[in-house]
Design a protein around this ligand. Structure first.
Ligand code: NAD
Length: 257
């Protein structure tokens, strides 16, 4: 299938590693012009070089941006100009229960998970409307559908992204701008390893990751590249009629309808 992303300008935020980087690589493999953003320049440059090396696509550019800062987002958008395909990703919020968080924690999670998307969508949609083409995909979490134990901030803001995206899908569809949200189940990235490391256990992280996989119908946890395939299709010209939807990529783990 021709995905129609060759030459398209794609921005993947929070893409120096993990799911964001895998998505950026998937677009680079398809010949897109890819911009990756995150806070740490050295890590970001390493990711860009790795993607260029692995895909043979030299059109991969790294842009330093802290997604919790409106000025950073504005600067990033100005330096990129028109964006055809926007993949919104961000770092995950810390784990914890209600009494663990103060106002600053709530504000930070709001800026990181929700406000970041509002700002990037605001920046990209004028040009998308003009050219009558745009694809936006939000990387969220399975918590957009079912609350996760000990992840209160995620459980609060991920469903808000779904509400925002559904409303936006209605406003943007007549200009051929499609927006969807994709939630990972358990994918093998630093984020998951860090969460496992924080949990006291006699078993190694590796052992526990393998064990976690046995509770998933597919029989293992997922790889970032498997997640990226879903993003790539939804955020491509080949997707012509899916908008305002949520998709969970979790090997069949969740039982909600
Ligand atoms: P990761 O920790 O491997 O990568 C996170 C990326 O976000 C990094 O590039 C980091 O530099 C960047 N980042 C963090 N804070 C940022 C900020 N303020 N500004 C700019 N960039 C920032 O995480 P991941 O596993 O790839 O997860 C990506 C998203 O998916 C997260 O929101 C995470 O909560 C969510 N998620 C992941 C899983 C999973 O199984 N991996 C499951 C559920 C949800």
């Amino acid at each position: 299938m021709d995905l129609g992303v060759k030459g398209k300008k794609v921005l993947v935020t929070a893409a120096s590693k993990g799911l964001g980087k895998a998505c950026a690589k998937a677009y680079a493999e398809e010949g897109a012009q890819v911009f990756i953003a995150s806070r740490n320049k050295a890590q970001l440059d390493r990711a860009a070089n790795e993607i260029i090396e692995q895909t043979g696509n030299a059109n991969v550019e790294a842009i330093v941006c802290d997604l919790t800062k409106s000025q950073d987002i504005e600067n990033m958008m100005q330096s990129i100009g028109r964006v055809d395909i926007l993949i919104n990703n961000a770092g995950g919020p810390p784990a914890g229960k209600f009494n663990d968080f103060d106002d600053a924690d709530w504000q930070h999670a709001f800026e990181l998970l929700l406000m970041n998307i509002i700002r990037t969508v605001r920046a990209v949609t004028p040009a998308m409307r003009e050219q009558q083409f745009g694809r936006i995909v939000n990387i969220t979490s399975s918590s957009m559908k079912q609350a996760l134990d000990g992840l209160l901030l995620s459980n609060t803001f991920r469903p808000a992204i779904v509400g925002l995206s559904k409303s936006l899908s209605q406003e943007l569809a007549s200009d051929q701008i499609l927006i969807n949200s994709v939630g990972p189940g358990t994918m093998e990235t630093d984020r998951i390893r860090d969460i496992y490391k924080q949990q006291p256990s006699d078993e190694s992280v590796e052992e526990r990751l393998n064990k976690a996989g046995t509770n998933i119908p597919i029989g293992r946890i997922g790889q970032p590249e498997e997640f990226a395939k879903a993003i790539l299709f939804l955020g491509s010209a080949a997707n012509t009629y899916i908008t305002g939807q949520t998709l969970i990529v979790d090997g069949g783990a969740m039982k909600t309808l």
